[in-house]
Design a protein around this ligand. Structure first.
Ligand SMILES: NC(=O)c1ccc[n+]([C@@H]2O[C@H](COP(=O)([O-])OP(=O)(O)OC[C@H]3O[C@@H](n4cnc5c(N)ncnc54)[C@H](OP(=O)(O)O)[C@@H]3O)[C@@H](O)[C@H]2O)c1
Length: 298
């Protein structure tokens, strides 16, 4: 601890004794949220220099992962990927402790981590952060959790500080699966946004002016998600279809020609267009786009 720094103490005798492993952008934001809320985490980072500013703010900096977890009952990892979590936790005594992994990973990695933790006598909860670092500790941040509910119950006070928790069930892979579903949807949306900017790139139009039109348009279109859900639940893919596939595939030709006229590649849109065309060729032109969900599983 830096000389002269104020050492924080846990808020009450039952407060979680937290060890936070990983002080990248996200880990540091979580540490600061805990410090601001009066918690006193012990922190460790592979590159020790990143722990120093947090020690100056009241955290206890540990020299090794083993030192960080020794007195902790809650261990939180926020590392780059599953391999770095494995490398960091390797050989630690986790018996009787609770492990929460907020590192982004796949469902299989989370399930394997749950089995690994159980083999070491630790309870395990996987978490997926739905926020960027500046949102941590604010009202818009959420963390999806799955795995051992008892971990969330035991440490709810500490775990609620960085972000509102949403528990998805005992399958440790579920938080990661939902996280990746949301990130995948976002990726497709970003692809469309970038294509739109490319179309107007050479015109005398301020990008901010296009952004001002795009953002509300995309927001208005999000109702499509509920339409797809209703189709998948009822099995009737023609119900309440506002824009049918046959019409949309015609429109796609206009989107492709416009891209060509503007000297823009349609490579971000083409794979999606091809799936729509397959459905129309199968005689499903009166449906909406829901059939693509089934094509992707085939
Ligand atoms: N930033 C975001 O917007 C965001 C949003 C949601 C979820 N997340 C997730 O949060 C996690 C951390 O993200 P971040 O933004 O904090 O990343 P970051 O700033 O790149 O930090 C990566 C952290 O992992 C550590 N690390 C990397 N390889 C390691 C290894 N082999 N052994 C030990 N430590 C290792 C780094 O230590 P060094 O300092 O020594 O390099 C650093 O503490 C990721 O899984 C990310 O997907 C991030």
């Amino acid at each position: 601890m830096t000389p002269g720094a104020t050492k924080l103490v846990p808020m009450n005798a039952n407060a979680s004794r937290v060890a936070l492993l990983g002080l990248g952008d996200m880990g540091a934001a979580i540490a600061r949220a805990w410090l601001a809320a009066g918690h006193a985490p012990t922190v460790w980072n592979r590159t020790a220099a990143r722990a120093r500013p947090l020690a100056a703010e009241g955290a206890t900096a540990a020299a090794t992962p083993a030192e960080a977890v020794a007195e902790a009952d809650l261990i939180v990892t926020v590392l780059l990927d599953d391999a770095s979590v494995r490398a960091t936790l390797d050989g630690l005594d986790l018996a009787g402790k609770d492990l929460v992994d907020l590192t982004t990973g796949t469902p299989a990695e989370a399930r394997a981590r749950a089995a690994w933790a159980a083999g070491r006598g630790a309870r395990f909860l996987d978490g997926a952060i739905l926020a960027v670092p500046p949102m941590i500790g604010g009202p818009g941040a959420r963390i999806l959790y799955s795995g051992d509910r008892a971990v969330l119950d035991a440490h709810e006070t500490a775990l609620t500080v960085p972000a509102a928790p949403a528990y998805l069930g005992p399958d440790a892979g579920f938080a990661a699966l939902h996280d990746v579903a949301l990130l995948s949807a976002m990726t497709g949306m970003f692809a469309g946004i970038e294509h739109a900017f490319a179309l107007l790139r050479e015109e005398d139009v301020a990008p901010a002016a296009l952004a001002a039109m795009l953002a509300p348009w995309l927001t208005a279109m999000t109702g499509h998600t509920h339409g797809i859900a209703a189709h998948l639940e009822s099995g009737d893919y023609t119900k309440d279809v506002a824009s049918n596939l046959a019409m949309m595939v015609r429109g796609n030709a206009t989107l492709r020609r416009t891209a060509e006229e503007q000297g823009v590649s349609s490579e971000l849109l083409d794979p999606y267009f091809r799936l729509m065309e397959r459905l129309v060729a199968d005689g499903r032109g009166k449906e909406g786009t829901t059939g693509i969900v089934d094509l992707l599983r085939a």
